[in-house]
Design a protein around this ligand. Sequence first.
Ligand SMILES: Cc1cc2nc3c(=O)[nH]c(=O)nc-3n(C[C@H](O)[C@H](O)[C@H](O)COP(=O)(O)OP(=O)(O)OC[C@H]3O[C@@H](n4cnc5c(N)ncnc54)[C@H](O)[C@@H]3O)c2cc1C
Length: 402
Amino acid sequence: MDLRFTAEEIAFRDEVRAFFRSEIPQAIRDKVSAGRHLSKQDIVTSQRILHARGWAVPHWPVQWGGQNWTPVQRYIFNTEMQSEAVPPPLPFGAQMVGPVLYTFGNAAQQQRFLPRIAAIEDWWCQGFSEPGSGSDLASLRTRAVRDGDRYVVDGQKTWTTLAQYADWIFALVRTDPLAKKQEGISFLLIDMRSPGITVCPIVTIDGGREVNEVFFDSVRVPVENLVGQENKGWDYAKFLLGNERSGIARIGVTKERLRRVKRLALETPDGDGVLWDDPAFRKQVAEVEIELKALELTQLRVVAADSKRASGKPDPASSILKIKGSELQQAATELLLRIAGPYAAPFMPEPENDDALSNAWPVGPDWAAPIAPQYFNTRKVSIYGGSNEIQRNIIAKAILGL
Ligand SMILES: Cc1cc2nc3c(=O)[nH]c(=O)nc-3n(C[C@H](O)[C@H](O)[C@H](O)COP(=O)(O)OP(=O)(O)OC[C@H]3O[C@@H](n4cnc5c(N)ncnc54)[C@H](O)[C@@H]3O)c2cc1C
């Protein structure tokens, strides 16, 4: 198998790289690179620039704004986006509910929502997890009871990322409490401005406000907001989670972080020289780099195989990519922590004030202040998208046949 890019693919890579560098505001890319908090406006600005170029949802069907790219082009695009520190299009729309709608939604839902998702005119959030129903998602208890042309929704979602900005939530709800647990679930689109919805922040260990609890108290939802068939929501959820996992290795993110590690280590005093002179430190960096290169080759093998797969189903190898990719993202933040040394002491900014997260920092060099929050924040990558333990179960069953 030849894993080298063709001349056309290299030209494509150069084109997207040049676009990211020249069109996405440097101030936004600097924030991503430094691990600083992005505002809602930063994410909207970046996605709208991509959208104007036709690149907000390149993986979608052409009819809805997609690009008909090969799996290799998609891989190059995503890796370059990460490596150039460009905020990705809001995943809850572009990666999650969008593909569910163009695959299982009806024509009215597609026309109403898909163009607005691509242009980020609506902000979507994901209402799957509940207290006690994370890995065991099918045990979810939020219920929707049909009442004429409405469903009445009662229950609670949790860990709902950026729900504080959301116009819409796509939620898994129980519509048949008597059926086997996977068979009584439906996929509902709920307007976040509906009476009876309350969003409460969960402040994370890095002091950020990224996740929320969302409560539903007799929320009335029009039946036309049901996606596909009633009680078939588990099938749509599995499809969505498969999409979420592919590309989750985020190799470009780790590449970008390692470049930063080297740059900072060359500037950081250590004894009579700089930290980069320390062979033990360089060995740690080399170990992560070698593992990253191995992961990249594995990812390219999966991408090459994907080009030939007819089923369209995600490769179970994506579980391997998820585990290793998340571990390497975390390893790079550990190297950054080592560079910042005592300046990495945790600092908790005011969570209520977005500006405080990006502007008010304690003693030490400016670059060091976000390193501890970034380290803590990156612990999440081995939990979300299906925890790494769950991925190991998938590998045991689907690959090892245990
Ligand atoms: C930062 C962040 C953002 C998130 N955003 C969203 C969001 O926007 N929307 C949403 O719906 N959800 C979101 N989640 C939730 C995420 O999907 C869940 O946290 C995840 O599925 C794990 O569920 P849990 O937290 O309930 O942990 P649990 O399922 O209770 O697991 C606890 C521990 O037990 C292990 N474990 C559980 N079952 C098994 C098993 N069968 N075998 C081996 N080990 C097992 C797990 O790996 C974990 O280590 C987010 C989570 C985080 C951390």
